[in-house]
Design a protein around this ligand. Structure first.
Ligand SMILES: *Cc1c(COP(=O)(O)O)cnc(C)c1O
Length: 483
C-alpha cells in the first residue's frame, strides 16, 4: 500500500510542467487534481453504457474499517485502558504518566516563542498554502538552526521537510523507506509510536535491546543479528524516551559502522536534541558520517514546550546521494497533507533565533533537579532500581517484581500503586520493557517529591523478603564490610 500511494504521488509530480524540479506552486496542484477528477468522471460515465441493466454493486450496507485503520493501535492507550483503576480517594492523584510537559503549567513556552507567533499571525502573510515541504524561508531557518548536524556545517533547504509534528516526520521516513513485509529496527525500551506507525502497513518492527546496566547503550551484537535483506532502516532515538539516556559519540559511531557495513539508512529521532543535563553532550548522528544516509527528525515540540503547535521536520543528510528514489518518495509523502501549519512556519525563524539560551537553561535546570530528587528518593527503596537519566524528560525505574509477590508484573504493580497511593506511572510494558516503570520529570517539584514518598511507602508495604534473600543480603553486607 505505501508504494502504490507513493507511485500515484509521483505521477502527479511528473505530470507537472515545471521542468527543473522547481517548487510546485499550489495552483499547479489544484489543476492537476482537477484534471485527475475530470478523467475519473469520464471513466465512471462510460461504465453504464457497457452494462445492460444497472445492477447494484452490493446487497446492502457493508462499510468496514480499512485494514490499515483497524491495525493501527496506540499501545499506551490499550494498556492504560486495561487497568482496573480506582484511585485512593484520600490522596490527590499525581499523574507521573503524562508526557505533555505543558500539563501542569510549571513549564511554559518562552515569551519570545509566543511573540513570534503573534507577529506571524498579525502579518497576515501566512494564511495561504505553503510549498508542500514548507516555506523556503522557514526551511532556511531550520537549515541554519541545524547546521551542526552536518560534518561540513551546510544544509540545503531543499533537504528539509516541515511536517505536522515530529510524529508525522517519523511516519514519512518509515513509509518512504519500508514496504509491506520489510522491517525496521527500533529500540527496546522505546517510544511506541514507531510500532503504531508500522504495524497497520505490515511493516515489521524488530526490537534491538538497550542495556540498563550500560546506561542504555544498544546491544550491538543482538542488533546486528536482527539485520537481513529486508531490513529497511535502523531507527535511533537519542536522547531517549523513555530512558532519558544520551549516547556518546563513540557509541553512535559503532551504530553508524554497523549501518555502513549493511548499507542501512538511519532514521534519527532527535526530538530531544539539545535536551541534555549538565555533564552530557548530545551528538547528532548525522554529524559523524558522510557515508550513511541519515534522516533526522526533529521539531519544536519538546525543546520549545509547544507540543500542540505541531511543528516538526525531517532533515535529509545524504552526501553521496544514496537514498535514490526514497528521496523523491519522501517528497511525495509531503504531498499527502500539504505541509505543516503556516502560522507556525511564519514564526519559525524568530522562534529558532530569538528564544534565549537562558530559557533553555532554565528548563533543563528544572528537569535535572527533578531527576536528582526522584533518583535520590527512589534509590534507597527496597525493590526499586532507578536509572539516572542524562537528558529528555523521563526516568526508568526497575521494579524487582519477585520482591512484590502480590503483583504479577509491572502493569499490576502500576495498577495497585494507583489504587493505594494515587500515583500513576506508565508500566514498562508500554515501551516493550516489562519489569520497569517510567516516570515523567516535568511535573512540579513538590509533586515529584510527594509521589516518590508515596511510592516508597507503597513498596515498603508490599515488599517481601524471603529467607534465602535475607541470607544473600547478609552475605552481601559482609562483603561490603571487607571493602
Ligand atoms: C514526543 C515525542 C515525539 C513526537 O513529537 P511530536 O512533535 O509531538 O509529534 C517523537 N519521538 C519521541 C521519542 C517523543 O518523545
Amino acid at each position: 500500500m505505501p508504494s502504490s500511494v507513493a507511485n500515484e504521488g509521483y505521477k502527479f509530480q511528473s505530470s507537472r510542467s515545471s521542468p527543473s524540479g522547481s517548487p510546485a506552486t499550489v495552483p499547479d496542484d489544484v489543476e492537476v487534481v482537477d484534471e485527475a477528477l475530470t478523467l475519473l468522471q469520464l471513466e465512471t460515465q462510460t461504465i453504464p453504457q457497457d452494462v445492460a441493466v444497472p445492477a447494484r454493486s452490493r446487497a446492502g450496507w457493508q462499510i468496514k474499517g480499512s485494514s490499515l485503520s483497524l491495525n493501527t493501535h496506540n499501545r499506551i492507550r490499550n494498556i492504560v485502558e486495561s487497568l482496573k483503576i480506582n484511585p485512593n480517594p484520600q490522596k490527590p492523584m499525581i499523574p507521573l504518566s503524562i508526557g505533555d510537559p505543558t500539563t501542569f503549567g510549571n513549564l511554559k513556552a518562552a515569551d519570545e516563542t509566543m511573540k513570534a507567533v503573534m507577529k506571524s499571525l498579525e502579518s497576515g502573510k501566512f494564511n495561504g498554502y505553503a510549498h508542500t515541504q514548507g516555506h523556503e524561508a522557514s526551511r532556511q531557518a531550520v537549515a541554519k538552526y541545524s547546521a551542526h548536524q552536518r560534518p561540513n556545517g551546510v544544509i540545503d533547504p531543499s533537504d528539509i521537510m516541515l511536517c505536522s509534528g515530529c510524529s508525522s516526520a517519523l511516519e514519512y521516513c518509515i513509509l518512504a523507506l519500508a514496504d509491506r513485509g520489510q522491517n525496521v529496527l527500533v529500540p527496546r525500551p522505546g517510544f511506541c509510536l514507531y510500532y503504531t506507525l508500522a504495524e497497520g502497513l505490515n511493516i515489521e518492527v524488530r526490537y534491538y535491546d538497550l542495556l540498563p546496566e550500560q546506561q542504555w547503550r544498544a546491544d550491538l551484537v543482538q542488533l546486528e543479528s536482527l539485520i537481513d535483506e529486508n531490513t529497511a532502516a535502523l531507527l535511533i532515538n537519542n536522547p531517549s524516551n523513555p530512558c532519558g539516556s544520551v549516547f556518546d559519540k563513540a557509541h553512535l559511531q559503532e551504530l553508524v559502522n554497523i549501518c555502513e557495513r549493511h548499507y542501512l539508512p538511519i532514521i534519527a529521532d532527535e526530538i530531544y536534541e539539545h535536551f541534555v543535563f549538565p555533564g552530557s553532550r548530545h551528538v547528532a548522528v548525522s554529524s559523524l558520517t558522510r557515508e550513511v544516509p541519515v534522516l533526522s527528525c526533529g521539531g519544536l515540540t519538546k525543546r520549545f514546550l509547544v507540543p500542540g503547535w505541531r511543528m516538526g521536520w525531517i532533515i535529509v543528510h545524504d552526501d553521496q546521494q544514496r537514498l535514490g528514489t526514497a528521496k523523491s518518495g519522501l517528497k511525495n509523502m509531503c504531498g499527502r497533507i500539504l505541509g505543516s501549519n503556516t502560522i507556525i512556519q511564519g514564526a519559525l525563524s524568530d522562534i529558532l533565533t530569538k528564544t534565549p539560551q537562558s530559557y533553555f537553561d532554565g528548563v533543563i535546570d528544572v528537569l535535572y533537579s527533578n531527576a536528582q530528587l526522584a533518583y535520590n528518593l527512589l534509590k534507597p527503596v527496597l525493590g526499586l532500581k532507578p536509572v539516572m537519566p542524562n537528558g529528555a524528560m523521563y526516568m526508568m525505574v526497575g521494579v524487582c517484581i519477585e520482591r512484590f509477590p502480590a503483583f504479577k508484573d509491572d502493569t499490576h504493580f502500576v495498577q495497585e500503586l494507583v489504587n493505594e497511593q494515587s500515583v500513576f506511572c506508565l508500566p514498562g510494558s508500554c515501551f516493550e520493557f516489562p519489569g520497569y516503570v517510567r516516570i515523567v520529570l516535568t511535573v512540579p517539584r513538590n509533586m515529584i517529591e510527594e509521589a516518590c514518598v508515596r511510592i516508597a511507602e507503597f513498596c515498603e508495604a508490599n515488599y517481601k523478603k524471603d529467607n534465602q534473600a535475607l541470607i544473600e543480603e547478609s552475605l552481601l553486607d559482609d562483603a561490603h564490610v571487607h571493602y
